[in-house]
Design a protein. Sequence first.
Length: 138
Amino acid sequence: MLEDEIRGILDELSAKTRRNYSEMLRELGLHIGQDQLLCRLWKEDGVTQSQLSERLNCEPPTVANMVKALENYGLIYRHRDQLDARVNRVYLTPKGQDLKEPIEEVWRKQQDKLLDGMSFEELLVLKKLLKKMAENIS
């Protein structure tokens, strides 16, 4: 059945993409997902952990573990909010800022590999289909 074949291709694509990302991020000393947390801080430094959970669409314990690990790596730090001492805000260190270009390079390489040999028209159709799939799953 066609739908099963498509699901199988998507599963294989997902697994291979994740494996490739994992290997490339490991060279930077990171795990999958940690790059997304850093990216969020590049856009919005100083957010709370609960805001990170919302923006990353991750469970709070998952984000708490990532924050702790990235803090141990010296890439981020937490600081109490000046107005509400119950809240910790998460900030990038200079070392965390310095990872922006290498991580973006990992993303570019992976995207180039995925889209290799596709015409502009094929990319437009792919984008349209992927958007439709994202809408369907929401």
